[in-house]
Design a protein around this ligand. Structure first.
Ligand code: 13P
Length: 274
């Protein structure tokens, strides 16, 4: 079934594992991720960022997931980094089972108010909500503005907003890491000791297996991967086109990219559930 993210995260917290949240960009990445969920029998969260929806159409990805999902482990459909109430509401109406409202660039009180409004609306439609406190590196930070999530504020944020999960700033970054990332695993423990809300790690592509495992042990229940899947898709596509320069039918060269996304997603699933 396509269930709420909140349901998957409650089970993850009880079972001390994390549910992988895998960003998709097109039909082929949806196919690859669903094949991996099926072959492993594990739940995954399929997610899209607003830029993906601008690229492929707001209703397209939920329609593809519904059409291609054929049972097996439960999955969820999530809006990643929703920037305003409008896009959250439209995704909720189109069938997403969770949305992220990212108010992390706002002052604390404004982030709380925005997240609470989205959570109230989402909960009235049985949809769960992820909020964010602190900075995730990469696209979000401006020079000198990186801030780690404050554990006391995290507790207040969860209580005041009713959010079902919380993305935390602990040193991760979206995209490709320059140098070795330093992740404040102690900070995750501190936050988890103050609030029961399931914690979310963004920017996991490029982290070592050991770091990901220690983040899960510290209390992370959902882990976002985008770059790793995009790299797998694109490298396989390049190889396939180079190996078959005469090919012009996408149905002949895209299956290699689907297979590469499936393999990458299986690796991620293995890491998050072990
Ligand atoms: P990566 O692209 O670094 O895997 O980050 C994914 C992410 O956090 C999406 O929100």
């Amino acid at each position: 079934m396509i269930v709420t993210t909140s349901l998957l995260l409650k089970k993850a917290k009880a079972g001390a594992y994390a549910v992988p949240a895998l960003n998709v960009d097109n039909l082929e990445s949806v196919m690859g991720v669903l094949l991996a969920a099926k072959s492993t029998g594990k739940s995954v969260i399929i997610q899209t960022i607003p830029r993906t929806l601008a690229y492929g159409g707001e209703g397209s990805y939920i329609a593809m997931v519904r059409a291609l999902y054929d049972g097996g482990a439960d999955i969820a459909m999530h809006l990643d980094h929703g920037g305003d109430e409008g896009i959250c509401a439209r995704c909720i109406e189109s069938g997403y089972t969770s949305v992220m409202i990212d108010g992390s660039a706002l002052p604390f009180e404004e982030n709380v108010a925005l997240t609470k409004r989205v959570a109230d609306f989402a909960h009235s439609r049985n949809v769960s909500v992820e909020g964010e406190l602190g900075t995730i590196g990469g696209k979000e930070e401006t020079a000198g503005s990186v801030s780690y999530t404050d554990p006391k504020q995290a507790e207040e944020f969860a209580d005041l907003t009713g959010a079902d999960s919380l993305a935390v700033g602990v040193g991760t970054a979206h995209g490709v890491y320059k140098g070795t990332p330093r992740i404040a695993v102690d900070r995750i423990y501190e936050i988890a000791s103050r609030t029961d809300v399931p914690l979310v790690l963004h920017g996991a592509s490029g982290l070592s297996r050991e770091v990901v495992r220690s983040c899960i042990a510290a209390g992370i229940c959902k882990i976002n991967f985008a770059t790793q899947l995009r790299q797998a898709f694109t490298s396989a596509l390049r190889r396939s086109l180079a190996a078959h320069p005469e090919a012009f039918d996408p149905k002949l060269y895209l299956p290699d990219a689907v297979e590469a996304v499936k393999n990458a997603a299986e690796e991620i699933i293995d890491l998050c559930y072990s």
